[in-house]
Structure formats: structure tokens, C-alpha cells
Design a protein around this ligand. Structure first.
Ligand code: PMP
Length: 374
């Protein structure tokens, strides 16, 4: 299995060497664009005032809405950047086989980039991830291999191990989002620059959830350079070990549930520390549970009309708890990053039947969404 060690000197050197500065451009809606690749990045920010009013949140609450990327998630940005970096360095050329282990959104992004540029794409995906993601990737021309959800990251049947083995057997390339500097750089040069500009440099808290940690690391590093004093809040689901200090990962303070090993929210949390995650940039961690995440998803859809995905509910549940616990008032501005779209979950948290049969009571859910809070 590959070796992941958290942020180390090697990736720090790569990261500093490869930055290209602010990504230029903007949305080419006024013109004819060349391809869907031009529709990656430059996503909107939306003030969540209706949600804030409903939940008695006093601070200014903003959302960076990543579902507006061409493939429907924040991970389109890294797919494009990692492929471009590998082409620039001469490592890959159209016609080659690309293989990636992913929870689906990096997969969709890579399949989209590969479809446009002419790569063969193989995706290794844990069983847990939604059928909607699988169908999207298949239609983009990829081959999909499923692995058991419960496989530890370094076990021989994990999606990560499988991708490494296939690359060796087939002569393909793993761009490897868990250790590729292009992952955090897409957010350092892109996402964070956009956020700072859209906020006119005024932001007190940036709140994000973490999968590979590329979004967190890249956004946090650049925002801290551009906006002195900005604090970064990381959101991590129970069942994952990314949050610090380590003991906060042990038991849910809210539900009392001990040592969770599985959770339903997709795309965030891990059982190892990816190399692209620099936990030094995180000022505060918040842990979240599935039920509050899905309640928040439905509340965001219902009150803001933003058709967001499951991890967005975790991020906002974490943001809500942080804002309330720290009594953040009118003079403070918080931004959350909403990573993907409801499209990926139409048969999951968007479906009342799925919710009930997975133990999420719809009467409790509706009480949270329509009658305030928990
Ligand atoms: N939310 C969703 C739905 C995702 O798929 C991912 C990526 N796995 C993330 C959040 C986290 O992004 P990152 O890998 O940059 O930490």
C-alpha cells in the first residue's frame, strides 16, 4: 500500500515550487467557451440569510457553493489541476490509463476531464458511495471497481490498495489525490483566491469539512496569507480520526455513541492522515453525527433553495455548533464551503424512504427542519 504520513517536507517543497499564483479568468458565460473544462472554478458565494434567520444565527453566514462546477463538486478543481500538472511534467499523455481511488467526486471530476481530453479512466470506489456517482462516472466512459466499505485504507481489498495494484498490472497512472500537491494547490491558487475576493478581504471564520484535506489545507494556507486573523474550523464526522486532539474522535458528545466505525455521510473523514492534509492550519475542530448532518442538508435545501450534498450538512452542522458555542454575533462573518450537489444523493438523504429505512426518523427530521433546531 502507498504510505501516507500527513504533511511533510517533501509535499511542502512541491507545493511551494508548483504554485502558479491566482488562477486567472472568471466564468466565460458572456462568450462561447471551449469545453466544460472552462466551467470548473469561479463558483458563486451566497449569503445564507434565510437559514440564519430561521436558526437564530446572528453572524453574517456565507456559503461558497461548489455544486456549480461542471461535474458538480469542489473536486473538479483538483481533477483538472492534477491532470494538467502531470501533462506539464510529461508524466501522462492522452490515450494513457488513469486510475484513482476516490469516494466519487474526484472520480466524477477525473472522468469528466478524461472524457474531454481522451484518457482511459478506471475508478476504485468503496461500496458505500452512491449509485448516482457510479452512473455519472459510467456515462462519462469510465470503468468502475467497487471495494468493501469496511476495508481499512491499507488492507489488500481497499480502494487505495487496489488502485496501486492495478496501475502496476496495467501500466496506468495513479495521480493519487492523497499525496499530489496539485490537490491543495487547486484550492490555494483557485478556491481561496476567489473566496478572499468575493468577501472583499473581510472574513473571520472559514469552516470546511475534510476528506483528503486538500480543500482545507489549500484554502486555509492562502486565506491566512491574504486575511490576517482569519480562523479556520475543521469539521470531521464521528467514525473518522482526522480531528485533533485524538480523544475527541472517541465518543459522540451528542449521542453518547462510542467508537463509531461507520457513518453514512460520503466523502469526508478517514482512518489515516493523508499527506495533503496539514492539520497545523486548523484552529478548531468540530465533530458531527449523521442525523444532524442530514437534518441540516434538508434545512439548507428547504430554506436556501441550494441543492447541496451530504457533507454540506456536516459542514453546516459543525458551523452551527461552533457559532452558537462561541456566541458569534453580528460583527462576525463566517463562510462555509459546500462541496457537492443533491444530484449525488437523490436515492439517499433526499429520499424519505431511504431515510426511514436507514434509521433517520422523518418526523424528527421535519421537526428540525420546519420547527427549528434539535
Ligand atoms: N465533501 C464531499 C462530498 C467530497 O466528496 C469530498 C472529497 N472527498 C470532500 C467533501 C472533502 O474534500 P477534500 O478531499 O478536499 O478534503
Amino acid at each position: 500500500a502507498p504510505n501516507y504520513v500527513g504533511w511533510d517536507k517533501e509535499i511542502d517543497d512541491d507545493f511551494k515550487k508548483l504554485t502558479v499564483g491566482p488562477v486567472k479568468g472568471g466564468r466565460p458565460y458572456g462568450k462561447i467557451c471551449d469545453s466544460a473544462l472552462d466551467l470548473i472554478g469561479f463558483t458563486p458565494m451566497v449569503r445564507m440569510s434565510r437559514f440564519a434567520k430561521f436558526f437564530d444565527v446572528d453572524c453574517d453566514l456565507l456559503a461558497k457553493v461548489e455544486l456549480f462546477n461542471a461535474g458538480g463538486s469542489v473536486k473538479d478543481r483538483i481533477a483538472k489541476r492534477m491532470v494538467e500538472e502531470a501533462e506539464k511534467s510529461g508524466r501522462i499523455k492522452p490515450g494513457d490509463i488513469l486510475i484513482e481511488a476516490t469516494s466519487g467526486n474526484t472520480g466524477v471530476g477525473l472522468c469528466l476531464v478524461s472524457a474531454i481530453k481522451g484518457y482511459k479512466q478506471i475508478i476504485c470506489l468503496p461500496q458505500k458511495m452512491s449509485g448516482e456517482k457510479v452512473n455519472t462516472m459510467k456515462c462519462l466512459g469510465a470503468e468502475i471497481l467497487r471495494t468493501p466499505t469496511e476495508a481499512a485504507w491499507d488492507a489488500e481489498d481497499s480502494h487505495i490498495f487496489l488502485s496501486a495494484r492495478l496501475a502496476k498490472d496495467l501500466g496506468g497512472h495513479v495521480l493519487d489525490q492523497y499525496k499530489n500537491a496539485g490537490n491543495p494547490l487547486a484550492h490555494y491558487d483557485g478556491t481561496a483566491e476567489e473566496i478572499a475576493e468575493q468577501c472583499d478581504g473581510k472574513l473571520d471564520y472559514m469552516i470546511m469539512s475534510t476528506g483528503t484535506g486538500g480543500t482545507m489545507t489549500g484554502v486555509a494556507k492562502k486565506l491566512k496569507e491574504l486575511i490576517p486573523g482569519v480562523q479556520v474550523v475543521g469539521v470531521d464526522p464521528y467514525g473518522s480520526i482526522l480531528a485533533e486532539p485524538a480523544h475527541v474522535n472517541e465518543k459522540s458528545n451528542r449521542t453518547g455513541q462510542e467508537k463509531l466505525t461507520a457513518y453514512q455521510v460520503e466523502g469526508i473523514g478517514y482512518d489515516f492522515i493523508p499527506t495533503v492534509l496539514d492539520r497545523e492550519v486548523v484552529d478548531h475542530w468540530v465533530k458531527t453525527d449523521d442525523d444532524e448532518a442530514f437534518a441540516m442538508c434538508r434545512a439548507i435545501v428547504r430554506h436556501e433553495g441550494l441543492l447541496i450534498g451530504g457533507s454540506c450538512g456536516s459542514t453546516v452542522a459543525g458551523a452551527y455548533r461552533f457559532i452558537k458555542q462561541n456566541k458569534l454575533g453580528k460583527d462576525k462573518r463566517c463562510a462555509v464551503l459546500l462541496a457537492d450537489s443533491s444530484r449525488n444523493y437523490m436515492s439517499k438523504f433526499m429520499d424519505d424512504g431511504w431515510m426511514e429505512s436507514n434509521g433517520f426518523s422523518m418526523s424528527k427530521m421535519n421537526a428540525a427542519v420546519f420547527e427549528k433546531g434539535e
